[in-house]
Design a protein around this ligand. Structure first.
Ligand code: FE
Ligand code: FE
Ligand code: ZN
Length: 284
């Protein structure tokens, strides 16, 4: 099972790999800098070679990069749209430089415009930045459906993919919290949901799972992550998806060989549950 969590790159890629090994992970996900801004250290400060040899020693074959939230490909504002184009191109290059092949990005939000406008903008950005020479797959994340987020259902993601020229450079990241919050019943009908995914998008586009519980109920459109199977005694709150449903997903045929990345909350400034969650989900 290729399972791990979001880890910090503040001590370089080497630091990220070290943190992952502490959790007993077999993969991981990093932002190449702060998720909220565009301040980026050059990747040659990341100790990339040492990181890759430590990965090999710990049987970590590959990992995932997440683009920062400030990239809004759907924006009608010139400054934000220009930044989305420029910065997504930079992030693709950085993903390639640090030796990853998958970059997860949120499609964006159309704010004062409408869905059709947003989808067109996103397609334009992707066609501007996707480069057939760079071996990086940009994975659009399924969104919970808060506000004017694009990607709240499989149909919206399919429409984006449909407009993209280099289809082998595009994928989907399935976030269990987001999909549940947007109204897909992965608890009682995983096969039905995955059949819809296959019919509308195509399962061959599925590359990454974000494995999260949800603090809210099915269809709530909220996007607040819970620890896996958390009960009401967990300081961050109760998981409405529940351990059995998440366990079922990670052991399903849909998850075979896919990246399984935890983005569950830290329970305090210094303590997370990644190690325990990875163990439980492996069935150990
Ligand atoms: Fe995300
Ligand atoms: Fe996510
Ligand atoms: Zn989320």
């Amino acid at each position: 099972m290729k399972i791990g969590s979001h880890v910090s790159i503040s001590k370089g890629l080497l630091g990220a790999v070290k943190e992952s090994t502490e959790y007993g992970a077999s993969t991981f996900m990093v932002y190449t800098g702060a998720p909220q801004n565009t301040v980026r250290k050059p990747t040659d400060t990341f100790k990339i070679d040492e990181a890759h040899s430590l990965m090999a020693k710990n049987n970590i074959k590959d990992f995932v990069v997440h683009a920062p939230y400030i990239i809004n490909m759907a924006s009608y504002k010139d400054r934000i749209y220009t930044l989305a184009n420029e910065f997504l191109a930079v992030e693709i290059k950085r993903t390639f430089e640090i030796g990853a092949k998958h970059l997860v990005v949120h499609p964006g939000a159309f704010t004062d415009k409408d869905l059709d406008f947003g989808i067109d903008r996103i397609i334009n950005v992707l066609n501007n930045v996707l480069d057939n020479d760079m071996d990086v797959c940009v994975c659009l994340e399924t969104m919970a459906g808060k506000g004017t987020e694009v990607g709240r259902n499989f149909n919206e993601l399919a429409r984006i993919i449909d407009g993209v020229k280099f289809k082998d450079k595009i994928g989907v990241c399935f976030d269990t919290c987001h999909v549940f919050d947007s109204g897909y019943d992965i608890v009682n009908d995983l096969d039905g949901v995955m059949k819809q995914f296959d019919d509308i998008i195509g399962l061959h586009y599925l590359k990454v799972f974000h494995i999260n519980g949800s603090l809210n109920i099915l269809g709530s459109k909220k996007d607040r992550h819970a620890n896996i199977g958390a009960t009401s005694t967990n300081p961050k709150g109760f998981d409405n998806i529940g351990f059995d449903a998440i366990y079922n997903i990670v052991h399903s045929k849909y998850a075979t060989d896919k990246f399984l990345i935890l983005e569950t909350p830290w329970i305090s400034k210094t303590e997370n549950l990644y190690k325990q969650e990875i163990k439980l989900l492996r069935g150990e």
